[in-house]
Design a binder for this molecule. Structure first.
Ligand SMILES: *Cc1c(COP(=O)(O)O)cnc(C)c1O
Length: 474
């Protein structure tokens, strides 16, 4: 069994800690400035009563409160986190060291460019590294996440078509696509048209050719796709889309399978986003900052957010999430070209190890060799009344974050497992042990799990819509 999370705390709100007048810092008296403020603002000065109602706590109270809350989080620093398509790999501490160097951390984004020389040099070098890794002519680091990278890339495609005097209405999206792909297409006013997946888990070429025509602005394609399989017809797909004047958008979220092995730009992809918070080990948000750099081919380079006259314009304030760029840069420099290639090879090896250990216990809908993730279905367990949801909840009791579930949609009760290269063999064995346990556990107990969390099964949709943030144990 992997170490369990401790979810047993009860915790008051920060406002319920402390007492009036208590403070963690000693500030000098400000009688003079108060008098000056009264002179200028008169009766418009805020009174004691309508001051902002801030918590009044000592430093230990604040520190303990937030440290306790942080221990409620399931994180990559405490347990393995095999969330398919999300590449939850360990965030090396050297990245944090680099990002906290005062010369970077204390830069103000409004500083004149002449004072930002070193930061700009890092940005330029990172753009060049990503261009080299992906096989692209130019890169912008502005987008803050993968989905915003998609939006940026599709805006460039639209602008490039406009520059040719064309307006097109369709975007092809394979059935195995991430939900953000059709959402991006729709957001830009395109009609997202689904291309079927064949029995081998790859694009159905007949269906693709039937739907491809001169009204197609682009195809948005993830490779390896969300079944973890390499689209081996990718170059043919690119050629055919180019032949009708369309563009190929590559969703690069799964680049962790390919670094140093194969380059999307070389297949014929015109524009692709990188997820710095997946492939390049920067932390995954919790709503915080990410990085969705976009790389483009020569034809699209003039339209980049940081290009000249033909640019689509800025998509992010200042320079983007600079702290994430420092971390990604530190990771690339730390690994070197050979290290990045090894990371991808091990990510693929780890996924195939899991596939081999679990394929007797779970139904494997696509036999094709997988890359960095493997997708099972719940067909075998369904027969005894156990669903993917039950197994996911059972995994929580075993100290494992559930994998991505019910995605991709083309797999019944999908369990999509991505171990990443940063898990050791012992960790993978423990992970598989947990999966094997829930695969054979009967429905009576599994349907009531998790048992080891403060709350068990929530109404998840209801909880998201009506979050009651004060937690009181009965
Ligand atoms: C994560 C992911 C995205 C979206 O990236 P965000 O950074 O979460 O916006 C898009 N496509 C695929 C395949 C992904 O895995």
């Amino acid at each position: 069994m992997i170490g369990r999370q401790n979810f047993d705390f009860e915790e008051q709100l920060i406002f319920e800690h402390g007492s009036k007048g208590r403070s963690g810092v000693d500030l000098p008296e400000c009688a003079e400035s108060q008098a000056a403020a009264i002179k200028v603002l008169g009766k418009h000065l805020r009174t004691e009563e309508d001051q902002a109602q801030l918590a009044e706590c000592s430093e230990p109270e604040v520190n303990r409160h937030y440290t306790r809350l942080s221990r409620w989080n399931f994180s990559i620093d405490t347990n393995s986190y095999p969330l398919g398509s999300c590449t939850m790999k360990y965030n090396p501490r050297i990245n944090e060291w680099a990002a906290r160097l005062p010369g970077f951390a204390q830069l103000h984004p409004y500083l004149p460019e002449s004072r930002l020389e070193n930061a700009k040099a890092l940005i330029e070098e990172l753009r060049a590294y990503l261009g080299e890794i992906g096989g692209f002519e130019a890169v912008s680091l502005q987008p803050a996440a993968g989905a915003q990278g998609e939006f940026t890339g599709m805006l460039m495609i639209r602008k490039a078509l406009e520059a040719r005097g064309e307006s097109r209405h369709k975007v092809l999206v394979p059935a195995s696509a991430h939900g953000t792909n059709p959402a991006t297409a729709a957001f830009l006013g395109y009609r997202a048209v689904t291309v079927a997946t064949g029995s081998d888990g790859l694009i159905d070429m007949e269906d693709f050719e039937a739907k491809l025509d001169e009204d197609c602005a682009a195809i948005m394609i993830t490779n390896p796709n969300t079944l973890g399989l390499f689209e081996k017809n990718i170059s043919e797909v690119c050629e055919k889309v180019h032949a009708v004047g369309g563009f190929v958008y590559g969703d690069g979220a799964n680049l962790n399978a390919l670094m140093g092995i194969s380059r999307p730009g070389d297949w014929g992809i015109d524009v692709m986003h990188f997820n710095l918070h997946k492939t390049f080990t920067t932390p995954h948000g919790g709503g915080g900052p990410g990085g969705g750099a976009v790389g483009v081919c020569k034809e699209l380079a003039p339209f980049l957010p940081d290009s000249g006259e033909q640019s689509i314009g800025r998509v992010r304030s200042f320079w983007g999430n600079f702290g994430m760029m420092i971390r990604a840069y530190a990771y690339i420099r730390e690994m070197g070209a050979g290290g990045l290639k090894k990371a991808s090879e091990r990510a693929v090896l780890n996924a195939n190890y899991i596939k081999a250990k679990l394929k007797k216990a779970f139904d494997l809908p696509y036999e094709t060799d997988c890359l960095h993730e493997v997708v099972f279905s719940d067909w075998k367990q369904q027969k005894h009344g156990v669903s993917t949801m039950d197994m996911a909840k059972g995994l929580i009791d075993r100290g494992v974050h559930p994998p991505t579930i019910y995605f991709p949609l083309i797999v019944h009760g999908a369990l999509m497992i991505e171990p990443t290269e940063t898990e050791s063999k012992e960790e993978l064995d423990a992970l598989c042990e947990a999966f094997l346990e829930v695969a054979k556990e009967g429905p009576e107990r599994l349907r009531l799990s998790p048992f080891h969390t403060a709350l068990s099964r929530l109404d998840e949709a209801g909880a998201a819509r009506n979050p009651i943030l004060v937690f009181k144990k009965e």
